[in-house]
Design a protein around this ligand. Structure first.
Ligand SMILES: [Zn+2]
Ligand SMILES: [Zn+2]
Length: 171
């Protein structure tokens, strides 16, 4: 009697187990991650084998890295601009005063700056003997004055003569 009871119980349990397994296997495998992000039921794989999270993580990492690069470039540009501004301030602060406006002309590929008088003395102080500086070659070294500035003083800001064209090639 007891044996029969066990056999019956075993059969019932086996049936239940098989039904349970069938229940598990029956619905097509679907991915909870893809289903969540797409808003549609995505079948064919499960979340355990899903490539989605890894790809999403990679994309996030790429965006973060690009952002970091942007920040770094931005900081470098700011530093470079600050040092350029500093150099420009030093130039304008230390350049000599112009006592007399001379000429700015071209000779072949050279810009000649002649007849100018510069003075290191502060405004209002007259030099005992005015010194005339002549200059040839690298005009940006003309006592803190750029060739564009000197040219504008000599010819006016609207002039577009050869000096302007040549000055663009000077560094
Ligand atoms: Zn998936
Ligand atoms: Zn000119």
């Amino acid at each position: 009697m007891t044996t029969i009871l066990w056999i019956v119980l075993g059969a019932v349990l086996l049936g239940a187990l098989q039904a349970g397994l069938r229940q598990l296997r029956m619905p097509e495998a679907s991915c909870s991650w893809c289903t969540r992000v797409s808003g549609h039921t995505v079948t064919g794989h499960t979340v355990d084998t899903c490539q989605g999270p890894r790809i999403a993580e990679q994309q996030r990492a790429d965006i973060d890295a690009a952002h970091q690069r942007d920040l770094k470039r931005c900081a470098e540009q700011l530093t470079e601009r600050a040092s350029r501004r500093e150099a420009e301030k030093t130039r304008t602060d230390t350049r000599l005063r112009i006592e007399h406006i001379g000429t700015v002309t071209t000779r072949g590929h050279e810009i000649h700056i002649t007849g100018w008088q510069f003075s290191a003395l502060p405004y209002g102080v007259k030099a005992a003997s005015s010194q005339t500086f002549g200059h040839r070659g690298r005009p940006e070294q003309t006592y803190g004055w750029s060739v564009q500035e000197l040219h504008a003083m000599a010819h006016g800001g609207a002039c577009r003569c050869d000096v302007v064209r040549l000055a663009r090639t000077l560094h």
